[in-house]
Ligand binder design. Structure first.
Ligand code: DC
Length: 224
């Protein structure tokens, strides 16, 4: 198993793009753990399963109907062999993902596959999500927490989706509330994490700050 670096944070804080670029600079792989929740949410909706039944959702998490694949560009989701990665990115699927992520049974069912991504990487893995530093990879030597004002996060997501920021902000605030107040693995800053508020920073500045921190942590690890 290679080294693990975790990047957590709220919706549209830039986790995916920063993780991808950091992984590319380090020559590592990256994984979006949100893709597991989004993939399950999408498949559950397609199959019209009961979104209030934790056990049905947990069983679906283990089903062969869908799978998650890591590539250097994206964490892909295949449903019955068809690539649905573009469809899982939308805010409506994110809302269902946030809802079903409350169930401990669902989280437990997805955890093994998320951890397996780390075990499969010989060099290293950048893992991003909500609980990567707190639950999925609690022993990671370098943890980052990205955040930004709700206005700048909504503007970022609206630009990606070609939508109006006002309509995004309400849905995003609702999702933040769900993610931070849930009982199972709520979104939280991991101990010893570098916290970066990206509201006033450009992409390069964020990745540079994160890379510097990670390289520092890795070199101090190798000296101990
Ligand atoms: O990061 P994202 O927007 O793709 O995540 C979608 C939802 O999945 C998010 O609202 C909460 C859930 N999630 C989670 O509970 N734990 C993770 N590690 C990643 C995502």
């Amino acid at each position: 198993m290679g080294t693990i670096v975790t990047i957590d944070g709220p919706a549209a804080s830039g986790k995916s793009s920063v993780s991808r670029e950091l992984a590319s600079r380090l020559g590592w792989r990256w994984v979006s753990t949100g893709a597991f929740y989004r993939g399950l949410a999408y498949v559950a909706r397609e199959l019209a399963v009961d979104l209030d039944s934790a056990q049905v959702l947990a069983d679906l998490a283990h089903s062969k109907e869908w799978e998650v694949l890591l590539t250097s560009e994206k964490t892909k989701v295949l449903f019955r062999g068809t690539d649905v990665t573009d469809k899982i990115g939308l805010e409506d699927v994110g809302g269902i993902a946030s809802k079903i992520s409350h169930y401990p049974e669902v989280r437990e069912a997805l955890l093994g596959a998320q951890r397996a991504c780390g075990a499969a990487e010989a060099k290293g893995l950048v893992a991003e999500g909500r609980d990567c530093g707190t639950v999925v990879f609690p022993n990671a030597p370098a943890k980052i927490y990205l955040t930004a004002s709700s206005e700048s996060r909504a503007a970022r997501r609206a630009a990606e989706e070609g939508a109006d920021p006002e309509s995004i902000i309400a849905a995003q605030k609702q999702r933040d509330k769900q993610d931070t107040t849930r009982k199972a693995a709520p979104l939280a800053v991991p101990a010893n994490a570098l916290v970066v508020d990206t509201s006033e920073m450009n992409f390069e500045q964020v990745v540079d700050a994160v890379e510097k921190f990670v390289r520092g942590r890795l070199s101090s690890e190798s000296q101990t």
